[in-house]
Write a new protein. Structure first.
Lengths: 122, 235
């Protein structure tokens, strides 16, 4: 078996399932946001923030945020292991790949923590 | 007719070149690409390519014909070259070139070897043979016919990018051939070997393999079956 330590679930199957489930969550959330615009043609800040005062909506947003982070990591990890290999980049491939992956982890972490602060902070 | 052939000898040439050769074709016949190659070789005996059975059984003469992988021996000229057009022959993409149209298939065979392409059965052998019902035997149709010409795997971007980790369509078709075989008892071991992020899951289902298989097989479908088995096995 091909060994890997940087992918999300350590197994191809778990990554594959997580990516599909997270895609469904992201699609459902997108529809939900779209519906809130359709149902509130005169959307202003008050209406918009009242939607997110609802605990169910906040929870849904948090789940979506987590799904987005998992989805993004699996996707970016796949891209880096497809395009940033020694075949394309030579001997420095490992260095660039790890730097790229570290950058992605950092961005995703910032996105997640900032998102939690926005949805759940005061 | 103009034939453009990829020429490269890694020992002496700095880089590959396309060599144009003018060949006289008989007007009343639709030759196979391999026949045209033979005519080219009559003019320039230094052109190197593999061939053996010349009837689509051995899989030796897989090559890139006018941009599409195929077996030269069973590809009629009329299907690849428009009247007045030229024939362009290159080696199978993604594998190291040994010389001209001959590629080094070691990594392709290594991936094939990984899936343990033989029957594993830990039960005591019966006196004569392991019997199989006609229905169970029918499950192997569309799988066992693969001749390992490598047209599919070398047409797959995932195999170009990770030829050392992704098994590739040809190997995976054979992996499913043994997973589907009712006489094989090593399903769990076989599936455990495939459950990593590369071996099976680098397949993105773009079906490049299906588009070029000279035997009309469908590796993408087999990979889908393996994925379903993995889900059943792993969840």
């Amino acid at each position: 078996m091909v060994m890997n330590v940087t992918n999300l679930g350590r197994s191809g199957l778990s990554d594959w399932i997580v990516q599909r489930f997270s895609a469904i969550i992201l699609a459902a959330y997108s529809l939900c946001i779209l519906a809130s615009f359709v149902m509130n043609p005169d959307m202003d800040f008050e209406t918009w923030s009242s939607i997110f005062d609802n605990n169910a909506m906040r929870l849904f947003s948090l789940i979506t945020l987590l799904a987005l982070c998992a989805h993004a990591w699996i996707g970016m990890w796949t891209i880096s292991t497809d395009y940033m290999t020694s075949l394309q980049l030579g001997k420095s491939a490992t260095f660039f790949r790890i730097m790229f992956q570290a950058g992605c982890v950092l961005l995703i972490a910032v996105y997640l923590l900032w998102g939690i602060q926005i949805f759940w902070g005061n | 007719m103009l034939v453009s052939i990829y020429r490269y000898n890694p020992d002496t040439d700095e880089k590959p070149v396309m060599q144009d050769v003018e060949v006289e074709l008989p007007e009343d016949k639709d030759l196979m690409v391999l026949d045209v190659l033979a005519l080219v070789k009559q003019q320039d005996s230094s052109v190197v390519y593999r061939r053996s059975c010349r009837e689509g059984v051995c899989g030796s003469d897989g090559m890139n014909i006018n941009g599409t992988n195929g077996l030269a021996c069973i590809t009629p000229m009329s299907t690849v070259v428009k009247p007045g057009g030229k024939l362009v022959l290159r080696p199978l993409p993604g594998l190291p070139v040994i010389r001209d149209l001959v590629v080094d298939m070691s990594i392709f065979y290594k991936q094939y070897e990984k899936i343990k392409p033989y029957l594993i059965n830990d039960t005591a052998p019966p006196a004569i043979e392991r019997l199989q019902s006609p229905e169970d035997r029918a499950k192997l149709d569309g799988l066992y016919e693969c001749i390992l010409c490598a047209c599919c795997s070398t047409n797959c971007p995932s195999f170009w990018w990770n030829p050392d980790k992704f098994i590739g369509p040809a190997g995976l078709l054979q992996a499913y051939r043994f997973l589907a075989d009712t006489r094989d008892t090593a399903d769990n071991e076989r599936l455990s070997e495939l459950d990593d992020p590369f071996s099976v899951f680098r397949c993105r289902g773009i079906m490049n393999c299906v588009a070029v298989c000279p035997k009309g097989l469908n590796p993408t479908r087999a990979i889908g079956h393996i994925r379903s088995m993995l889900i059943e096995h792993g969840t």
